[in-house]
Ligand binder design. Structure first.
Ligand code: G1P
Length: 291
């Protein structure tokens, strides 16, 4: 029997430099995809995967995230008075999604360091990590797919997808041995963070979804700076390979890199088109564009 995945860690202390100037005073995690901030998609995905405790690793200037998942008595009273019942339900439901704990990352020393900040709250159990920039549109939520695989393997699992050409240099890269019984799974034999395209061991990129065993914390504590001078989660997972198996998992779904300006625009159009209320007028308007 594997332990259930109850806790999900959200590294959200980054400065969001790829999205300046919007992110100068607004956390990138709060940028709206249609009408919900990016981090809400990730939190809902974790909850749909069975997580009941959300741990958000934050930093300076990020308090709007805390307000977003909190009660807002003034707003609720106003919506109540105006008879806006549906909106009132939406606002209240947000504060009941899960138990959310915030922990600060005092300095942006890298993704590995951010995850290490959650060590005491996670304790001695396997946990999920969701990078809120990566939005995965899937019939079965991506983390739920991974939790189901974890229940069978009990090993750390990295969400993965094949990327084209030089794009691999923007990701953690996996060298993998295919597994006979499940074509979506492969056994990781090596990892490199942001490889030069010619030196990449494969085109398999890590996406922002991980299930990690608590053994990762010792590896994170012993970590030396890696790519970009940062403490890299990928390097800690490579160290974990010395004592545990790690699997790469090709999820079903479409990923949007919403932390990138073009990826964000595309995600907004695609999510907008899927909406019952906004889809038809948005589609009609797009057709009028002389492209
Ligand atoms: C991080 C990880 C990288 C992973 C990527 C997925 O990189 O370090 O291994 O492939 O997220 O989005 P970042 O996008 O923060 O540079």
């Amino acid at each position: 029997m594997t332990k259930p995945i109850r806790k999900a860690v959200f590294p959200a202390a980054g400065m969001g430099t790829r999205f300046l100037p919007a992110t100068k005073s607004t956390p990138k995690e709060m940028l709206p995809l249609v009408d919900k901030p990016l981090i809400q998609y990730g939190v809902e995905e974790a909850v749909a995967a069975g997580c009941t405790e959300i741990i958000i690793v934050t930093g300076r200037g990020k308090t709007t995230m805390e307000d977003h998942f909190d009660r807002s008595p003034e707003l609720e009273a106003t919506l109540g008075r105006r008879g806006k019942t549906k909106l009132l339900e939406t606002a209240v439901a947000l504060s009941k999604l899960a138990r959310i704990t915030y922990v600060r990352q005092p300095e942006a020393l890298g993704l590995g360091h951010a995850v290490l900040m959650a060590k005491e709250i996670v304790g001695d159990e396997p946990f999920a990590v969701i990078l809120p920039d990566d939005i995965v549109d899937a019939v079965v939520p991506c983390m739920k797919q991974m939790v189901d695989v974890f229940a069978k393997t009990g090993c750390s699992i990295l969400g993965s997808e094949v990327v084209e050409g030089d794009a691999i240099e923007a990701y953690g890269c996996l060298a993998c041995k295919p597994m006979g019984n499940d074509p979506r799974l492969c056994e990781v034999s090596d990892l490199v963070e942001k490889p030069k395209p010619r030196e990449a061991p494969s085109q398999n990129a890590i996406i922002g979804r991980y299930i990690l065993t608590p053994g990762i914390f010792k590896c994170l504590e012993e970590l030396k700076p890696g790519a970009g001078g940062e403490l890299q989660l990928t390097d800690a997972i490579k160290a974990l390979l010395a004592s545990e198996k790690v699997f790469g998992f090709t999820y079903e779904g479409v990923r949007h890199d919403a932390g990138d300006k073009l990826g964000f625009l595309k995600a907004n159009v695609e999510f907008g088109l899927k909406r019952e209320d906004l889809g038809p007028p948005l589609r009609a308007w797009l057709k009028t564009l002389n492209l």
